[in-house]
Design a protein around this ligand. Structure first.
Ligand SMILES: NC(=O)c1ccc[n+]([C@@H]2O[C@H](COP(=O)([O-])OP(=O)(O)OC[C@H]3O[C@@H](n4cnc5c(N)ncnc54)[C@H](OP(=O)(O)O)[C@@H]3O)[C@@H](O)[C@H]2O)c1
Length: 334
């Protein structure tokens, strides 16, 4: 297993992180259901292969994901890095959501109880809250770090300017700074390269790439002829959650299949290897519903794409550069 530093911190995280959004027995949204025995097998297999990083959130199955993760880790739970999140809507109570001091303080206690732990390694704000001043949020998070309930803090799904504003504020007040940005990043979703990645690189945050397989689309099991294979996430979805051009997606998958043949690997491994090639990525948060999917995906740590193939994939998935990027590119050397 390869370990990378989490942003500018000294904390080493495995380059593959197991996302627990699929961890639920009841069924949650489109991620599907997993029996506890399958969750246990996934966690055991991941630990055996050197994974030391797990990601969950309070809103995944309304707390059940945190509970099942804690239960599956058992007495190994203090030997791994656990990341969870706060921000989503937990109940009808108008104060049971958002990034107010009130909700953050209440949520951290609930997450600690569900995980069965005294502290959280990485506490992430799930997405920006338009209804709470960011000053209130970073002040509350700093208190949690000083109290020892939380070791590091991170963001998720922020715009570039929101990251810059928050971190500058934390720096000016001497507060614990955000160390990571959990963002959607895959061959079919490279938008973060324009604003978020430059902000994070400049300010020292590591990227945690979520849905690196575009929710399973980049595994090769979807095709024009078979757009909704049985028991797949896309078949279960009423409408796609991730936005991308399907025509382009099928083309990219065809190219991945050729590379998979060349490297004698799976399509998923090629797609994950491209994400792994980006040094701004601290860890790749994969989702699985079975040990066989996990075995397949973890195979990506055993080998690397060569630089020509990375460049080729860069080129065929290159998004149009929006303004002001193309303007700034034009005058970058002046
Ligand atoms: N911060 C955020 O806003 C945010 C949002 C979303 C996710 N996340 C995090 O990112 C994690 C991963 O997200 P994700 O589940 O969307 O990631 P993903 O890796 O892009 O997709 C995972 C899904 O693809 C399918 N799959 C995976 N490997 C496969 C294989 N080898 N062969 C065939 N199918 C395979 C499975 O779905 P089926 O078998 O059901 O088709 C699996 O559940 C989550 O658990 C969560 O921790 C964060």
């Amino acid at each position: 297993m390869e370990y990378r530093n989490l942003g500018n911190t000294g904390l080493k995280v495995s380059v593959i992180c197991i996302g627990a959004m699929t961890f639920t027995e009841k069924g949650w949204r489109t991620a599907g259901t997993m029996s506890f025995s399958e969750i246990q097998k996934v966690v055991d297999y991941a630990l055996d292969r050197g994974v030391n990083f797990f990601d969950t959130a309070d809103i995944y199955a309304f707390g059940e994901s945190e509970e099942l993760l804690g239960k599956a880790l058992g007495n190994r739970k203090n030997d791994v890095i656990i990341a969870t999140k706060v921000r989503g809507v937990m109940s009808e109570d108008p104060n049971d959501r958002g990034l107010s001091r009130y909700h953050i303080f209440r949520s951290v206690e609930n997450s600690l109880k569900r995980l069965g732990r005294d502290y959280i390694d990485l506490y992430q704000v799930h997405w920006w809250d338009n209804h709470t001043p960011i000053e209130e949020t970073v002040d509350a998070l700093n208190d949690l770090v000083r109290q020892g309930k939380v070791r590091y803090v991170g963001i998720s799904d922020f715009a570039g300017w929101q990251i810059a504003k928050s971190v500058m504020l934390q720096e000016s007040k001497g507060y614990a700074k955000f160390v990571s940005a959990q963002m959607y990043y895959s061959l079919l979703g490279r938008d973060i390269e324009f604003e978020v990645v430059p902000a994070c690189t400049d300010l020292g945050l590591g990227i945690l790439a979520w849905s690196p397989l575009a929710g399973g689309f980049l595994t090769g099991k979807y095709s024009k002829e078979k757009p909704y294979p049985q028991d797949s996430r896309y078949a279960r979805m009423k409408r796609p959650f991730l936005r991308f051009d399907f025509e382009k997606g099928y083309f990219v998958v065809d190219e991945l299949k050729k590379l998979a043949e060349k490297y004698e690997a799976s399509v998923s491994q090629v797609a994950l290897n491209w994400v792994k090639s980006k040094q701004f990525v601290s860890s790749i948060i994969i989702g699985v519903r079975s040990v066989s999917q996990l075995k397949d995906n973890l195979g990506c740590v055993e080998w690397d794409l060569n630089s020509d193939d990375v460049e080729y994939l860069d080129q065929i998935t290159q998004p149009d550069r929006p303004y002001p990027q193309w303007f700034l590119d034009m005058f970058a050397d002046l």
